[in-house]
Design a protein around this ligand. Structure first.
Ligand SMILES: C[S@@+](CC[C@H](N)C(=O)[O-])C[C@H]1O[C@@H](n2cnc3c(N)ncnc32)[C@H](O)[C@@H]1O
Length: 296
């Protein structure tokens, strides 16, 4: 079965290229509010950040089919000694947009694989009360649903093609609310400067919540992990990414470089670039200037 992949460079606050109710699953990881290193100083304040989640939630509700799932990998964020309750706020925003809160899975990273592991060192340097900032080994994957799914809407053929191996579920503990998955390690070339999630995350979500031949959307595509996994799992995909400099990274990750032509099993790839208007794409240079407050 050949698949189709559409990459849109633009701001996902508007998903105008995507028709109402045309997507079967959304799996994504939005930027974390002013996260140290990745998004430091990007948002003027927390309200502005919540506004971004709000627009994303409304557009997601519009494009998702009735009965279908939105899965959001997100985490609370400690900025300047203050913890922002992003997970709770994101759930509330998605509920307000119309989604039903269905589940929360905790993603546990292995001990010793932390991207930022300096926090707990503070208490070891100063072994006195009030110096305690624990290292965070956990992130959340919140699962929300739009209405009720009609199981009879899927043909027997597609149902069988999408069968999940029971051993895979049992051996890897997918049936639990705690998923142990190794994060993308520092030094990974394609994920440089992108807070990428490991392939295992969209792999599980796509297998558990979509059927072969359906369309998976990631509105914060980053390096293209969701698109790559969707393709491998015989799903179509749409990805939106605001930073146009990621084009080559995404093409490479998803396997649509020029030298792969002819080896694509009929899979198709299209790129749309919004270069003008309020919801256009931007460059890394622009983001750097925004962080350093050279532009508003
Ligand atoms: C946490 S990263 C996602 C990483 C992705 N899951 C991966 O595995 O590579 C969030 C991405 O969203 C992009 N982004 C931020 N705001 C956006 C917006 N308004 N519209 C589209 N993309 C946006 C960022 O440039 C970044 O690449």
């Amino acid at each position: 079965m050949a698949t189709y992949h559409k990459l849109i460079f633009g701001n996902c606050m508007n998903m105008e290229e995507i028709e109402n109710e045309s997507v079967h699953l959304i799996v994504t990881s939005p930027p974390y509010f002013n996260a140290p290193f990745d998004y430091e100083g990007l948002f003027i304040n927390y309200d502005q950040y919540l506004g971004v989640l709000n627009n994303f939630a409304k557009e997601s509700y519009r494009v998702l089919q009735e009965g279908r799932i939105i899965a959001l990998n997100i985490d609370d964020m400690l900025v300047d000694g203050q913890k922002y309750p992003i997970v709770a706020d994101a759930i509330k925003i998605l509920q307000k947009a119309g989604f039903r809160y269905r589940d929360k899975i905790i993603w546990k990273k292995p001990n010793g694989y932390l991207r930022i592991s300096k926090r707990s060192g503070v208490i070891l340097q100063n072994p006195f009360p009030m110096y305690f900032y624990p290292d965070n080994l956990l992130e959340s994957i919140v699962i929300l649903q739009k209405g009720k799914f009609d199981y009879r809407s899927i043909s027997n053929e597609i149902r069988n093609l999408s069968r999940i191996d029971k051993d895979e579920i049992q051996d890897n503990g997918w049936y639990k609310t705690l998923w142990e998955m190794t994060n993308v390690l520092p030094g990974s070339v394609l994920e440089k400067n992108v807070a990428a999630f490991p392939e295992q995350l969209p792999y599980r979500i796509i297998k558990l919540y979509s059927y072969v031949g359906e369309t998976v959307l990631d509105p914060f595509l980053g390096s293209g992990t969701t698109m790559k996994v969707a393709r491998n799992l015989k799903r179509n995909s749409i990805g939106i990414e605001i930073i146009q400099d990621l084009e080559n990274v995404i093409i490479k990750k998803v396997g649509f470089e020029k030298d792969c032509e002819g080896k694509n099993d009929g899979d198709k790839f299209e790129i749309i670039k919004r270069s003008i208007g309020k919801f256009k794409s931007v460059t890394i240079n622009y983001i750097q200037k925004k962080k350093s407050k050279d532009i508003n």
